[in-house]
Design a protein around this ligand. Structure first.
Ligand SMILES: C[S@@+](CC[C@H](N)C(=O)[O-])C[C@H]1O[C@@H](n2cnc3c(N)ncnc32)[C@H](O)[C@@H]1O
Length: 365
C-alpha cells in the first residue's frame, strides 16, 4: 500500500537524533486523517519535536512533551516563539561576527593535536565559546533564548564529527566538520494563533492532570541487543552536549567522550530506558508503558515501535488489549515508502530490517 501523495506533509526541522520519526510523519498524518474528532494532541516523547511541528502546522492543538531540555528549547522555538525573523537575525548577525577564543568548550570538545577524537574542529568550538558566553549577556526571555539556542544547536549539528550521537567520536574527521559554524534563523511557521503547549517533564506527570483527543507515544524501547551497554541507549548520555550548551553550566565531565557526570551509567534518567526485568519477569520499561497507557486520558493512542526494540508481539498485544482495543496496526517500510496493514498473527517483531516501523492505533475503553 503506497502512502496517499495528496496529503500535505509539512516541512520540519531537527538535529540528527536516534529514533527520530521524520520518515514516518506521513503515515501518522494518514492515520490521523481517518479520525474526524481530533483537535488536541499530545506528542508525549517529542525528541526532535518533528512530529509536534508537523501536527501544529496541520492546525491541531499540540502539546509537545519530553524529559530532555533540548527538546523543550526546540519546541519553544517552533511552537511558542512570536518575534519576527528580523529580530532574531539581528542577534544572530551579532553572534556570527564574534571573534572566537579558547574556552571551556574548546578545551573539552575541540579537536587538537593531542585529542583527535573529538566532536568539533577547534575553529568551531572557539566560536562556540564566544557565542555561548555572549548569549548569557543578552538578557533574552526564555522563549527568545530558545530560538537562539536552537539556531546554535542546528548549526553545530551541521559541523559535527560524529555518527549522530555524542558517546563516541570519529577518528577520521567527517567532511562536514571542516565547514564553518554559522547561525541561521530557524525556519519557523505560523502557529495560526493556536497557543500550543511545551512541557519538559516526565510523561507520567504530564498525563496525570490532562486529557487529550489523541496521544502519540514514541518511548525509547531500548535495544534487543543484550551486548549493548545500557548507557548507550540513554538519551541524556547520547546528547549530553546539547544539555551542556543549553545550561551552560560547564559541568564535571568523565570518560573518553567527556560526558556530563550526571549521565553516568548508574543514573537512570528514565524508567523507559531501564534495561532490567521486574520481579514478574517483564521488562521494567514495558511495565511502565503498560501503566502509562492505562493512565492516559485520551480517546486515541498511537504507539510507535521500531524493529529491533525489546518488546515482543505478545507483550504489546496484552498492553493494548488491557486498556482498549486495537483499531489499526501498520507496518511501515520507510526505505521503500510503503505501508501494510497488519494483523497480530503476522510475523513482524524483531525483524532484521533496519527500516521497519510499526504504528498501533488504539481506542481506549
Ligand atoms: C524515540 S525518542 C522520540 C523521538 C521523537 N518521536 C522524534 O521524532 O524525534 C524517545 C524520547 O523519549 C524521551 N523520554 C525518555 N523518557 C521519558 C519520560 N519518562 N518522559 C518524557 N520523555 C521521555 C527521550 O528524551 C527521547 O527524546
Amino acid at each position: 500500500m503506497n502512502i496517499d501523495k495528496t496529503f500535505f506533509i509539512p516541512q520540519t526541522y531537527g538535529i540528527k537524533y536516534v529514533g527520530s520519526k521524520l520518515k514516518i510523519i506521513p503515515y501518522i498524518i494518514s492515520l490521523l486523517s481517518e479520525l474526524n474528532d481530533v483537535k488536541s494532541i499530545l506528542d508525549g516523547f517529542s525528541g526532535t519535536t518533528r512530529v509536534s511541528q508537523a501536527l501544529a502546522q496541520l492546525g491541531y492543538h499540540v502539546t509537545s512533551n519530553d524529559i530532555s531540555v533540548w527538546s523543550e528549547i526546540v519546541a519553544n522555538c517552533f511552537l511558542k516563539s512570536t518575534m519576527t525573523d528580523s529580530f532574531y537575525q539581528e542577534i544572530l548577525d551579532h553572534l556570527n561576527s564574534l571573534t572566537g577564543y579558547d574556552g571551556w568548550y574548546t578545551e573539552n570538545y575541540g579537536i587538537n593535536l593531542i585529542h583527535r577524537k573529538r566532536p568539533f574542529k577547534s575553529k568551531n568550538t572557539r566560536k562556540l565559546d564566544a557565542i555561548r558566553d555572549e548569549i548569557e549577556c543578552l538578557n533574552l526571555s526564555w522563549i527568545d533564548k530558545s530560538v537562539i539556542l536552537t539556531s546554535l544547536i542546528f548549526a553545530l549539528d551541521k559541523v559535527d564529527n560524529t555518527l549522530g550521537h555524542y558517546v563516541a567520536y570519529l577518528s577520521k574527521c567527517s567532511p562536514r566538520s571542516n565547514k564553518d559554524l554559522f547561525l541561521e534563523v530557524p525556519k519557523r511557521f505560523s502557529t495560526n494563533h493556536i497557543n500550543h503547549n511545551v512541557v519538559k517533564d516526565d510523561i507520567f506527570k504530564t498525563v496525570s492532570n490532562n486529557s487529550y483527543d489523541f496521544v502519540y507515544y514514541d518511548p525509547p524501547y531500548g535495544s534487543n541487543n543484550d551486548k549493548m551497554p545500557p548507557s548507550r541507549v540513554r538519551y541524556a548520555a547520547y546528547y549530553h552536549i546539547w544539555t551542556t550548551i543549553i545550561k551552560h553550566d560547564k559541568p564535571k565531565i568523565f570518560g573518553k567522550a567527556n560526558r556530563r557526570i550526571d549521565t553516568k551509567d548508574v543514573v537512570a534518567s528514565s524508567i523507559f530506558e531501564e534495561f532490567r526485568k521486574a520481579n514478574d519477569g517483564n521488562f521494567i520499561a514495558l511495565n511502565a508503558l503498560d501503566e502509562l497507557i492505562q493512565k492516559t486520558n485520551s480517546k486515541y493512542i498511537l504507539l510507535s515501535y521500531s524493529s529491533g526494540g525489546r518488546a515482543t508481539k505478545k507483550e504489546l498485544k496484552s498492553i493494548i488489549n488491557k486498556s482498549g482495543r486495537l483499531l489499526k496496526a501498520i507496518e511501515v517500510n520507510y526505505k521503500k515508502n510503503v505501508m501494510a496493514n497488519m494483523r497480530w498473527t503476522n510475523d513482524w517483531i524483531n525483524s532484521d530490517s533496519k527500516y521497519l516501523e510499526y504504528l498501533f492505533l488504539m481506542e481506549k475503553n
